[in-house]
Unconditional design. Structure first.
Lengths: 165, 214
Protein backbone atom coordinates (compact mmCIF):
# COMPACT_ATOMS: atom_id res chain seq x y z
CA UNK A 1 0.00 0.00 0.00
CA UNK A 2 1.52 3.25 -1.10
CA UNK A 3 1.48 6.39 0.96
CA UNK A 4 -0.71 9.11 -0.37
CA UNK A 5 -2.43 12.08 1.08
CA UNK A 6 -5.85 10.61 0.43
CA UNK A 7 -5.38 8.16 3.24
CA UNK A 8 -6.20 8.96 6.84
CA UNK A 9 -3.77 7.11 9.09
CA UNK A 10 -4.78 5.80 12.47
CA UNK A 11 -2.11 5.02 15.07
CA UNK A 12 -2.09 2.40 17.79
CA UNK A 13 -4.69 2.99 20.54
CA UNK A 14 -6.21 5.69 18.40
CA UNK A 15 -9.24 6.29 16.20
CA UNK A 16 -10.34 8.51 13.35
CA UNK A 17 -12.82 8.70 10.47
CA UNK A 18 -12.88 9.54 6.78
CA UNK A 19 -15.26 10.37 3.95
CA UNK A 20 -14.93 9.18 0.35
CA UNK A 21 -12.83 9.67 -1.74
CA UNK A 22 -10.45 9.36 1.17
CA UNK A 23 -9.53 6.00 2.62
CA UNK A 24 -8.57 5.08 6.15
CA UNK A 25 -5.69 2.87 7.22
CA UNK A 26 -3.92 1.42 10.23
CA UNK A 27 -0.58 -0.40 10.11
CA UNK A 28 1.14 -3.20 11.96
CA UNK A 29 -1.77 -4.86 13.77
CA UNK A 30 -0.44 -7.78 15.79
CA UNK A 31 -2.57 -8.78 18.76
CA UNK A 32 -4.41 -5.49 18.27
CA UNK A 33 -7.71 -5.41 16.38
CA UNK A 34 -8.66 -2.88 13.72
CA UNK A 35 -12.39 -2.13 13.86
CA UNK A 36 -14.06 -0.39 10.94
CA UNK A 37 -17.57 0.99 11.33
CA UNK A 38 -19.07 2.37 8.13
CA UNK A 39 -22.16 3.69 6.44
CA UNK A 40 -22.01 2.94 2.72
CA UNK A 41 -24.92 5.24 1.84
CA UNK A 42 -23.11 8.21 3.39
CA UNK A 43 -19.67 6.88 2.40
CA UNK A 44 -18.26 7.52 5.83
CA UNK A 45 -16.08 5.15 7.86
CA UNK A 46 -14.47 5.21 11.27
CA UNK A 47 -11.52 3.08 12.33
CA UNK A 48 -10.22 2.22 15.80
CA UNK A 49 -6.93 0.42 16.58
CA UNK A 50 -7.80 -1.50 19.76
CA UNK A 51 -5.01 -2.79 22.05
CA UNK A 52 -6.72 -4.34 25.05
CA UNK A 53 -10.08 -6.06 25.60
CA UNK A 54 -11.43 -4.24 28.63
CA UNK A 55 -11.11 -0.78 30.18
CA UNK A 56 -11.22 -2.48 33.59
CA UNK A 57 -7.59 -3.41 32.92
CA UNK A 58 -6.69 0.27 33.13
CA UNK A 59 -4.68 1.32 36.15
CA UNK A 60 -4.39 4.99 35.33
CA UNK A 61 -7.00 7.73 35.05
CA UNK A 62 -6.62 9.49 31.75
CA UNK A 63 -6.96 6.86 29.10
CA UNK A 64 -7.31 6.90 25.37
CA UNK A 65 -10.76 5.47 24.81
CA UNK A 66 -9.62 3.81 21.59
CA UNK A 67 -7.22 1.62 23.55
CA UNK A 68 -9.90 -0.72 24.91
CA UNK A 69 -12.49 -2.70 22.97
CA UNK A 70 -15.42 -1.75 25.20
CA UNK A 71 -14.78 2.00 25.22
CA UNK A 72 -13.51 2.17 21.63
CA UNK A 73 -16.68 0.91 19.96
CA UNK A 74 -19.06 3.27 21.74
CA UNK A 75 -16.73 6.25 21.25
CA UNK A 76 -16.38 5.45 17.56
CA UNK A 77 -20.16 5.26 17.20
CA UNK A 78 -20.54 8.68 18.87
CA UNK A 79 -17.81 10.11 16.63
CA UNK A 80 -19.63 8.91 13.51
CA UNK A 81 -22.99 10.14 14.87
CA UNK A 82 -21.46 13.58 15.26
CA UNK A 83 -20.70 13.39 11.51
CA UNK A 84 -24.36 12.76 10.74
CA UNK A 85 -24.41 8.96 10.62
CA UNK A 86 -27.14 7.00 12.39
CA UNK A 87 -26.08 4.08 14.56
CA UNK A 88 -28.71 1.93 12.82
CA UNK A 89 -26.99 2.37 9.48
CA UNK A 90 -23.60 1.22 10.72
CA UNK A 91 -21.95 -2.02 9.67
CA UNK A 92 -18.63 -3.42 10.84
CA UNK A 93 -15.56 -5.16 9.47
CA UNK A 94 -12.70 -6.25 11.67
CA UNK A 95 -9.15 -7.60 11.25
CA UNK A 96 -6.24 -8.45 13.53
CA UNK A 97 -6.09 -10.27 16.84
CA UNK A 98 -3.21 -12.53 15.87
CA UNK A 99 -1.30 -14.68 18.32
CA UNK A 100 2.22 -13.95 17.21
CA UNK A 101 4.12 -15.35 20.13
CA UNK A 102 3.44 -18.62 21.83
CA UNK A 103 5.87 -18.98 24.67
CA UNK A 104 4.80 -20.15 28.04
CA UNK A 105 4.48 -17.55 30.69
CA UNK A 106 2.26 -16.84 33.66
CA UNK A 107 1.31 -13.72 31.92
CA UNK A 108 -1.81 -14.15 29.80
CA UNK A 109 -0.77 -11.42 27.39
CA UNK A 110 0.17 -14.01 24.85
CA UNK A 111 -3.52 -14.78 24.37
CA UNK A 112 -4.43 -11.14 24.11
CA UNK A 113 -5.20 -11.32 20.36
CA UNK A 114 -8.11 -13.76 20.61
CA UNK A 115 -9.38 -11.95 23.71
CA UNK A 116 -9.39 -8.65 21.84
CA UNK A 117 -11.41 -10.22 19.01
CA UNK A 118 -13.94 -11.65 21.45
CA UNK A 119 -14.32 -8.34 23.25
CA UNK A 120 -14.77 -6.40 20.01
CA UNK A 121 -17.48 -8.81 18.83
CA UNK A 122 -19.27 -8.54 22.14
CA UNK A 123 -19.26 -4.76 21.98
CA UNK A 124 -20.57 -4.82 18.40
CA UNK A 125 -23.41 -7.08 19.52
CA UNK A 126 -24.24 -4.77 22.39
CA UNK A 127 -24.81 -1.93 19.96
CA UNK A 128 -26.49 -4.20 17.38
CA UNK A 129 -23.96 -3.49 14.66
CA UNK A 130 -23.79 -6.31 12.09
CA UNK A 131 -20.34 -7.75 11.52
CA UNK A 132 -20.12 -8.13 7.75
CA UNK A 133 -16.69 -9.74 7.46
CA UNK A 134 -13.57 -10.48 9.46
CA UNK A 135 -9.97 -11.59 9.04
CA UNK A 136 -8.85 -12.42 12.55
CA UNK A 137 -6.54 -14.74 14.46
CA UNK A 138 -3.63 -16.57 12.91
CA UNK A 139 -0.01 -15.73 13.59
CA UNK A 140 0.68 -12.85 11.21
CA UNK A 141 0.69 -9.09 11.53
CA UNK A 142 -1.69 -7.10 9.33
CA UNK A 143 -2.03 -3.69 7.77
CA UNK A 144 -5.55 -2.73 6.76
CA UNK A 145 -7.11 -0.07 4.57
CA UNK A 146 -10.81 0.66 4.17
CA UNK A 147 -12.49 2.36 1.26
CA UNK A 148 -15.82 3.92 2.34
CA UNK A 149 -16.92 4.24 -1.28
CA UNK A 150 -16.85 0.50 -2.00
CA UNK A 151 -16.98 -0.95 1.51
CA UNK A 152 -13.90 -3.03 0.74
CA UNK A 153 -11.37 -3.70 3.48
CA UNK A 154 -7.90 -4.45 2.12
CA UNK A 155 -5.77 -6.66 4.37
CA UNK A 156 -2.02 -6.97 3.82
CA UNK A 157 0.23 -9.47 5.60
CA UNK A 158 4.00 -9.76 5.23
CA UNK A 159 4.05 -13.09 3.46
CA UNK A 160 0.58 -13.80 2.20
CA UNK A 161 0.12 -10.62 0.20
CA UNK A 162 -3.16 -8.71 -0.03
CA UNK A 163 -6.72 -9.80 0.27
CA UNK A 164 -10.07 -8.08 0.24
CA UNK A 165 -12.78 -8.76 2.75
CA UNK B 1 2.48 7.51 35.33
CA UNK B 2 5.30 7.89 32.85
CA UNK B 3 5.42 11.09 30.88
CA UNK B 4 7.95 13.29 29.20
CA UNK B 5 8.67 15.20 32.40
CA UNK B 6 9.30 12.16 34.58
CA UNK B 7 12.94 11.72 33.70
CA UNK B 8 15.56 14.29 34.55
CA UNK B 9 19.01 14.38 33.02
CA UNK B 10 20.62 12.28 35.76
CA UNK B 11 17.98 9.59 35.38
CA UNK B 12 18.49 9.57 31.61
CA UNK B 13 22.25 9.22 32.05
CA UNK B 14 21.82 6.35 34.47
CA UNK B 15 19.49 4.49 32.13
CA UNK B 16 21.91 5.10 29.26
CA UNK B 17 24.61 3.47 31.33
CA UNK B 18 22.30 0.50 31.85
CA UNK B 19 21.98 0.20 28.07
CA UNK B 20 25.73 0.62 27.67
CA UNK B 21 26.59 -2.19 30.01
CA UNK B 22 23.94 -4.58 28.75
CA UNK B 23 24.36 -4.01 25.04
CA UNK B 24 28.15 -3.86 25.33
CA UNK B 25 28.19 -7.33 26.73
CA UNK B 26 25.66 -8.54 24.17
CA UNK B 27 27.61 -7.05 21.26
CA UNK B 28 30.73 -8.89 22.42
CA UNK B 29 28.82 -12.17 22.58
CA UNK B 30 27.34 -11.58 19.14
CA UNK B 31 30.74 -10.65 17.67
CA UNK B 32 32.12 -14.00 18.76
CA UNK B 33 29.14 -15.88 17.41
CA UNK B 34 29.18 -14.38 13.95
CA UNK B 35 32.94 -13.72 13.87
CA UNK B 36 32.56 -10.08 12.97
CA UNK B 37 33.70 -6.98 14.77
CA UNK B 38 30.67 -5.17 15.99
CA UNK B 39 30.42 -1.75 17.42
CA UNK B 40 27.78 -0.30 19.55
CA UNK B 41 26.38 3.18 19.32
CA UNK B 42 25.75 5.30 22.38
CA UNK B 43 22.42 4.13 23.75
CA UNK B 44 19.49 6.44 23.51
CA UNK B 45 16.94 6.62 26.26
CA UNK B 46 13.61 8.01 25.23
CA UNK B 47 10.19 8.51 26.64
CA UNK B 48 8.00 7.89 23.63
CA UNK B 49 4.34 7.73 22.76
CA UNK B 50 3.22 4.36 21.45
CA UNK B 51 3.05 5.76 17.94
CA UNK B 52 6.57 7.12 18.19
CA UNK B 53 7.63 3.63 19.28
CA UNK B 54 5.90 2.15 16.22
CA UNK B 55 7.78 4.56 13.96
CA UNK B 56 11.22 3.35 15.08
CA UNK B 57 13.13 1.01 12.75
CA UNK B 58 11.33 2.23 9.63
CA UNK B 59 7.70 2.29 10.74
CA UNK B 60 4.98 -0.21 11.72
CA UNK B 61 4.87 -1.84 8.25
CA UNK B 62 8.59 -2.60 8.08
CA UNK B 63 9.39 -6.33 7.90
CA UNK B 64 11.87 -7.34 10.57
CA UNK B 65 13.24 -10.40 12.31
CA UNK B 66 12.98 -10.08 16.05
CA UNK B 67 13.78 -11.89 19.24
CA UNK B 68 11.31 -11.13 21.98
CA UNK B 69 11.51 -12.07 25.61
CA UNK B 70 9.86 -11.02 28.78
CA UNK B 71 11.74 -10.31 31.95
CA UNK B 72 10.56 -11.39 35.32
CA UNK B 73 12.14 -11.23 38.76
CA UNK B 74 13.14 -7.97 40.47
CA UNK B 75 13.22 -6.28 37.11
CA UNK B 76 10.14 -6.66 34.93
CA UNK B 77 9.67 -5.64 31.36
CA UNK B 78 10.23 -6.61 27.76
CA UNK B 79 13.24 -6.95 25.60
CA UNK B 80 13.55 -7.06 21.83
CA UNK B 81 16.47 -7.63 19.52
CA UNK B 82 15.39 -6.38 16.11
CA UNK B 83 17.23 -6.95 12.84
CA UNK B 84 16.50 -6.35 9.18
CA UNK B 85 15.40 -9.66 7.65
CA UNK B 86 18.45 -9.97 5.35
CA UNK B 87 20.65 -9.48 8.38
CA UNK B 88 18.98 -12.22 10.37
CA UNK B 89 19.26 -14.54 7.35
CA UNK B 90 22.97 -13.76 7.08
CA UNK B 91 23.56 -14.52 10.75
CA UNK B 92 21.75 -17.81 10.48
CA UNK B 93 23.73 -18.81 7.40
CA UNK B 94 26.92 -18.05 9.28
CA UNK B 95 25.85 -19.94 12.36
CA UNK B 96 24.65 -23.04 10.57
CA UNK B 97 27.10 -23.05 7.66
CA UNK B 98 24.20 -23.53 5.30
CA UNK B 99 23.88 -21.15 2.38
CA UNK B 100 20.24 -21.98 1.82
CA UNK B 101 18.64 -20.39 4.81
CA UNK B 102 16.68 -17.23 4.41
CA UNK B 103 13.86 -15.48 6.23
CA UNK B 104 12.70 -13.74 3.08
CA UNK B 105 9.84 -16.13 2.51
CA UNK B 106 8.16 -18.87 4.51
CA UNK B 107 8.14 -21.72 5.18
CA UNK B 108 11.22 -21.09 7.31
CA UNK B 109 13.30 -24.11 8.11
CA UNK B 110 13.08 -25.27 11.71
CA UNK B 111 16.85 -25.35 11.95
CA UNK B 112 17.11 -21.77 10.76
CA UNK B 113 14.49 -20.66 13.25
CA UNK B 114 16.11 -22.43 16.16
CA UNK B 115 19.55 -21.12 15.21
CA UNK B 116 18.13 -17.61 15.22
CA UNK B 117 16.36 -18.24 18.49
CA UNK B 118 19.55 -19.61 20.04
CA UNK B 119 21.46 -16.59 18.86
CA UNK B 120 18.81 -14.45 20.51
CA UNK B 121 19.08 -16.49 23.65
CA UNK B 122 22.83 -15.96 23.90
CA UNK B 123 22.75 -12.31 23.00
CA UNK B 124 19.82 -11.36 25.22
CA UNK B 125 21.22 -13.52 27.99
CA UNK B 126 24.50 -11.63 27.98
CA UNK B 127 22.67 -8.30 27.92
CA UNK B 128 20.59 -9.27 30.91
CA UNK B 129 23.28 -10.96 32.97
CA UNK B 130 25.45 -7.84 32.69
CA UNK B 131 22.44 -5.85 33.77
CA UNK B 132 21.76 -8.13 36.68
CA UNK B 133 25.37 -7.88 37.90
CA UNK B 134 25.43 -4.12 37.52
CA UNK B 135 22.14 -3.54 39.28
CA UNK B 136 22.47 -6.36 41.78
CA UNK B 137 18.96 -7.35 40.82
CA UNK B 138 17.49 -10.68 39.97
CA UNK B 139 16.63 -10.76 36.28
CA UNK B 140 14.78 -13.81 34.98
CA UNK B 141 14.18 -13.89 31.24
CA UNK B 142 11.62 -16.15 29.58
CA UNK B 143 12.74 -18.39 26.73
CA UNK B 144 12.97 -16.04 23.77
CA UNK B 145 10.47 -16.28 20.95
CA UNK B 146 11.12 -15.42 17.32
CA UNK B 147 8.95 -13.13 15.25
CA UNK B 148 9.44 -12.45 11.57
CA UNK B 149 6.80 -9.94 10.69
CA UNK B 150 5.81 -6.28 10.70
CA UNK B 151 7.71 -4.20 13.25
CA UNK B 152 4.53 -2.65 14.63
CA UNK B 153 2.83 -6.00 15.11
CA UNK B 154 5.83 -7.30 17.05
CA UNK B 155 6.74 -4.30 19.17
CA UNK B 156 3.13 -3.76 20.29
CA UNK B 157 3.55 -6.82 22.52
CA UNK B 158 6.07 -4.81 24.50
CA UNK B 159 3.52 -2.06 25.07
CA UNK B 160 0.67 -4.17 26.43
CA UNK B 161 1.58 -4.09 30.11
CA UNK B 162 2.64 -0.44 30.03
CA UNK B 163 -0.52 0.52 28.17
CA UNK B 164 -2.66 -0.34 31.19
CA UNK B 165 -1.36 2.66 33.05
CA UNK B 166 0.28 4.97 30.60
CA UNK B 167 0.36 6.24 27.05
CA UNK B 168 4.14 6.50 27.10
CA UNK B 169 6.94 3.97 27.22
CA UNK B 170 10.55 4.30 28.30
CA UNK B 171 12.82 2.73 25.74
CA UNK B 172 16.51 2.09 26.10
CA UNK B 173 17.58 1.67 22.49
CA UNK B 174 21.08 0.52 21.57
CA UNK B 175 22.10 0.12 17.98
CA UNK B 176 24.91 -2.17 16.90
CA UNK B 177 26.81 -1.81 13.65
CA UNK B 178 29.61 -3.63 11.93
CA UNK B 179 32.87 -1.80 12.63
CA UNK B 180 35.40 -3.12 10.12
CA UNK B 181 33.16 -3.21 7.11
CA UNK B 182 34.64 -2.13 3.79
CA UNK B 183 31.33 -0.87 2.63
CA UNK B 184 30.83 2.81 2.10
CA UNK B 185 27.44 2.82 3.66
CA UNK B 186 27.77 2.69 7.37
CA UNK B 187 27.38 -1.02 7.71
CA UNK B 188 25.67 -4.20 6.77
CA UNK B 189 24.75 -5.09 10.26
CA UNK B 190 22.27 -2.87 11.95
CA UNK B 191 20.45 -4.24 14.91
CA UNK B 192 18.54 -2.69 17.76
CA UNK B 193 18.24 -3.78 21.33
CA UNK B 194 15.13 -2.42 22.94
CA UNK B 195 14.83 -2.70 26.68
CA UNK B 196 11.43 -1.58 27.93
CA UNK B 197 11.17 -1.77 31.70
CA UNK B 198 7.70 -1.73 33.23
CA UNK B 199 6.83 1.47 35.05
CA UNK B 200 7.59 0.14 38.52
CA UNK B 201 10.85 -1.42 37.36
CA UNK B 202 12.41 1.71 35.94
CA UNK B 203 11.64 3.50 39.20
CA UNK B 204 13.26 0.61 41.03
CA UNK B 205 16.35 0.82 38.82
CA UNK B 206 16.69 4.54 39.47
CA UNK B 207 16.20 4.20 43.20
CA UNK B 208 18.70 1.39 43.29
CA UNK B 209 21.26 3.57 41.53
CA UNK B 210 20.62 6.48 43.81
CA UNK B 211 18.52 8.69 41.56
CA UNK B 212 15.39 10.09 43.11
CA UNK B 213 12.18 9.89 41.09
CA UNK B 214 9.10 11.99 41.45
Amino acid sequence: MKTDENVVKVGIADMSYCKAPKKIRTSGLGSCVGVVLYDLSKQIAGLAHVMLPDSNLAKGKTMHKAKFADTAIVTLIRLLESKGVSQKQLKAKIAGGAQMFTFHTKNDHMRIGPRNVEAVKKALQRYAIPLVSEDVGGTSGRTIEFNPETGILLVRTVNKGMKEI
Amino acid sequence: MVNKETLNQTALDVLKEVGNIGAGNAATALSKLVKKRLQMKVPSVQVVTFNEMMEMVGGPDESVAAIFLQIEGDLKGNMFFVLPIEQASLFVRQLTGSVKFSFQEPPYSDIALSAFQEMGNIVAGSYLSALSDFLQMQVVPTVPDVGIDMFGAIISYGLLEISKESDYAIVIDTEIIESDSNHQSESLIKGHFFLMPDTDSYRYILTKLGVATK
